[in-house]
Design a protein around this ligand. Structure first.
Ligand code: SAH
Ligand code: SF4
Length: 343
């Protein structure tokens, strides 16, 4: 395990040439091969809706952006997208959307998860990424059949979090949600954005320590990318886009070395900054890909940031697990076993 100072030293080394990080990436990839295997797991990402009640300062589909055409997929469209993924050999899907907490939405997700489970006779793995909810809602969705949940902390520093969100968004609430998810039984994934305005390499080191402290099962991190209709775009980041990509790769590699047996995604935002961004992520220790399987008609409307790739389904450059395995992180099984033996 590296100390905070050691993490800062690696993250703070001069940026500009990916080749200088070759040894770090190779070590992380080697650890990945030995712990979670040398193949990547694929989840089909379904972007259910861009309606959102929140107003995060960095995000293109924030409620305050009046220029977005809002959409919501029908149950049939979601089932079709999931079936398409299944036919392509993908054993699990991620359902993501803007945040809504009204009972109409909560009940709909509960029924939809149940329908997906029934339609696949239990075989389809379901991950949700639907923001902050009450512990009871998390339990309902878990009982319906979802078993993994992604909720990024975005920035583990409460001060930085505060500068990226309106005053009524609460850092503490996000942490409480992560704890509630774990309590409900989910495999818990979190993560953050890299290269944000106001962010320093010390904050990124603290993100890694936060992931370790939270004992997470999965992580999705990616470079921050401006969205022209989001207010944060008016604030300059200390890092160029190339530097954010390199920092994101360093973060992936360091996290793999710190937490060898978790799942780490090579995210779409890496791909947005570099045509081979996801390949670079895997070479730095990631083992999960989340290609978009959302129906094409609505794809342009789920624009979290500028330049989000419209099609990222070409996985020809990867050694992919094709047997529809869920690909749960070994970390989850070992932490459950550990907590049982303590009881
Ligand atoms: N509403 C849910 C899920 C959808 S947003 C939630 O917020 O949890 C999914 C992720 O998109 C967020 O967690 C955030 O990290 C990322 N995101 C949003 N805007 C972004 C931007 N401008 N650049 C990079 N990532 C962004
Ligand atoms: Fe909504 Fe998520 Fe975007 Fe925040 S990041 S505005 S919660 S979709």
């Amino acid at each position: 395990m590296r100390s905070r100072e050691e993490l800062i030293e690696v993250l703070g080394a001069p940026l500009g040439d990916l080749a200088t990080d070759g040894a770090l990436f190779a070590e992380a990839a080697e650890v990945r091969d030995r712990t979670v295997g040398d193949r990547v797991y694929v989840r089909g990402l379904i972007e259910l809706s861009n309606r959102c009640r929140k107003n995060c300062l960095y995000c293109g589909i924030r409620s305050g952006n009046g220029e977005v055409e809002r959409y919501e997929l029908t149950d049939e469209e979601v089932l079709e997208a999931a079936c398409g993924a299944w036919s392509a050999g993908i054993g699990s899907v991620v359902i993501q959307a803007g945040e809504r907490t009204d009972e109409a939405f909560v009940g709909r997700i509960e029924r939809l998860v149940g329908a997906l489970k029934r339609r696949s006779e239990g075989a389809l793995g379901i991950t949700l990424s639907l923001g902050e909810q009450t512990a009871e809602v998390y339990r309902r969705w878990y009982r319906a059949g979802a078993h993994r949940y992604l909720l990024r902390i975005e920035a583990s520093s409460p001060v930085l979090y505060g500068r990226l969100h309106p005053a009524d968004h609460r850092y503490e609430r996000r942490v409480v949600c992560l704890e509630a998810l774990r309590e409900a039984g989910y495999q818990v994934g979190t993560g953050g954005m890299i290269g944000l305005p106001f962010q320093r390499v010390e904050d990124l080191a603290d993100d890694l320590l936060f992931f370790r402290r939270m004992d997470i099962d999965m992580c999705g991190m990616g470079p921050y990318i401006e969205h022209p209709q989001a207010p944060l775009a008016a604030v300059r980041s200390d890092f160029t886009r190339e530097e954010r990509l390199q920092l994101a790769l360093r973060m992936i590699a360091l996290l793999r070395l710190e937490m060898p047996d978790i799942n780490i995604a090579a995210t779409t935002a890496l791909h947005a900054l570099h045509p081979r961004g996801r390949e670079l992520g895997v070479a730095a220790g990631a083992n999960v890909l989340m290609p978009n399987v959302t129906p094409e008609v609505v794809r342009g409307s789920y624009r979290l940031y500028e330049g989000k790739p419209a099609d990222d389904t070409d996985l020809s450059g990867f050694r992919v697990v094709r047997d529809r395995a869920w690909g749960d992180a070994p970390h989850y099984a070992s932490r459950r076993a550990a907590s049982k033996s303590e009881e």
